[in-house]
Design a protein around this ligand. Structure first.
Ligand code: EPZ
Length: 433
């Protein structure tokens, strides 16, 4: 089993290039089969969640051609009417985007219920509400969601909670419904806008993405397009906070600075210098950082996907910080691991009270999910001594070339295999199984 072996203490310094956004690529690849013409998608990140969605669409008959590492040509004209339930797709949350795309195009979809990262209850009632409003019948049987409609008709959908997934799924199905759909209380995340732009480039008529009211006028068919996915806001943010935690100086290229505003504001508030240019952001941390309070909120608020990373930084900052997680209720599971590294954090319900310490010390830790895993890597890079981060399969779901990019910034991080006898005999930490 692969793990990261990290010797902490090196300030990160240099330049890093950000990949395409995983959470935009997932729905865009799912939507790419909504036309019978060939679609070219560029800037697709090379991460395991993306490989899973590509395998799922291939499994039901899409022709997927890899043009280069980040570019795919996809043709969905030969899709077969069969359930989407291959092993890879069961593990990813984004698989549910195939309900919206298949229902929109074929008026029928049968997709395995999604799992994804274990960060709390992840209901799909708002997706179901939206599909039903468009005229679909929804059943859940044998672990599958079965959606079908004679015809989809535009409707008015008010989301009871701001949901990225439901907004995206309803937008996809509504793109090929008859008439106008209005989604109120819609999510405004950059990846919602990116999917709307992608669908519009295929001939869809979507207005208002990026605001809380989205209007979708359905069209009968969509056509081919060439589209490049936006940069990953959360990957960029992860390097910004890695620079802060290690007292580094890192310039992050291929970003949209507007998408990073809530992160930039917090970094400046705690004492980092942040310089922004057209498509890059530089973070310099040359003194002890200060405490602050954070509450996660839908975009443009502070993203829940950056909550573990900022907690790691505040754990090393002077004073007491309060972090409130308002999106997912079980997103503090990593705190126990951080405490084993010397952090002083008390979690009460959806709030973490963090008393900053001067340093973390390395140990063997386990990544509980994707973003928390990345945060524990940041903690290990900042820590005194040697750490091992296990269960890196979660991190590999969403970060392309994570150890390679960190190494280029001066980090001492390697991937080792715990089953390798030489690694076992040299292990510096007694692993608790
Ligand atoms: C997306 O998940 C992202 N995943 C998550 O990123 C991200 O944390 C989340 O949005 C919030 O920004 C993907 O894009 C694949 P939601 P999603 O629907 O769509 C409640 C990562 O690390 N809700 O916006 O599943 C829900 O319980 C992942 O990349 C309902 O009540 O999130 C939550 O409290 C982790 N009913 C809130 O809404 C529903 O039908 C927001 O969830 C749907 C959601």
């Amino acid at each position: 089993m692969d793990f990261y072996s990290i010797r902490g203490g090196n300030p990160l310094s240099g330049e890093v290039e950000i990949a395409g956004a995983k959470n935009a690529a997932l729905p865009i690849l799912a939507a790419s089969i909504m036309t019978n013409e060939t679609v070219t998608v560029e800037n697709v990140p090379d991460v395991s969640d993306i490989r899973a969605i590509l395998s799922a669409i291939e499994h039901i008959g899409a022709i997927v051609e890899r043009v280069d590492r980040h570019t795919y040509r996809i043709n969905g004209s030969q899709i077969k009417d069969e359930p989407v339930d291959d092993e890879a797709v069961k593990k990813i949350r984004g698989s549910y985007y195939l309900i919206g795309s298949l229902l929109g195009k074929y008026k029928r979809a049968e997709v395995t219920l999604p799992k994804g990262c274990d960060i709390g209850l992840r209901p799909i009632d708002q997706h179901v509400k939206g599909f039903r409003a468009l005229g679909a019948q929804i059943r859940i049987e044998h672990g599958m969601i079965v959606a079908q409609a004679k015809d989809l008709s535009g409707s008015h959908v008010y989301l009871d909670v701001v949901s990225v997934g439901a907004t995206i799924n309803i937008m996809m199905a509504a793109s090929m419904a008859r008439g106008m759909t209005i989604i109120e209380n819609a999510a405004k995340e950059p990846h919602v806008v990116d999917l709307a732009n992608f669908l519009n480039s295929m001939g869809a008529q979507i207005k208002g993405a990026g605001t809380d009211i989205i209007r979708v006028r359905g069209v009968q068919r969509l056509h081919s397009t060439e589209y490049s996915i936006i940069p990953d806001q959360i990957e960029a943010g992860t390097y910004m906070f890695a620079a802060a935690a290690t007292h580094g100086d890192v310039t992050i290229h291929n970003v949209i600075p507007k998408h990073l505003e809530s992160l930039t504001a917090k970094l400046e508030e705690i004492g980092c210098e942040v310089e922004t240019s057209d498509d890059a952001v530089r973070v310099v941390a040359n003194r002890r950082l200060q405490s602050t309070h954070v509450k996660t909120l839908p975009y443009p608020g502070f993203p829940t996907d950056m909550q573990p990373q900022i907690t790691v930084v505040l754990g090393l900052s002077e004073g007491t910080s309060i972090i409130t997680e308002s999106i997912f209720e079980s997103r503090f599971k990593y705190v126990d691991e951080l405490i084993r590294m010397g952090a002083q954090i008390k979690v009460e319900g959806n709030t973490a009270i963090v008393s900053g310490v001067r340093e973390y010390t390395g140990t063997s830790i386990v990544a509980p999910d994707l973003r928390a895993g990345a945060a524990l890597v940041i903690a290990s890079l900042a820590a005194e001594g040697y750490s091992e981060v296990h269960d890196i399969k979660y991190i590999q779901r969403g970060y392309e070339d994570f150890p390679e990019k960190l190494r280029a910034l001066g980090a001492d991080i390697r991937i080792l295999d715990s089953d390798d006898p030489e690694v076992k005999s040299r292990s510096q930490i007694h692993l608790v199984s």
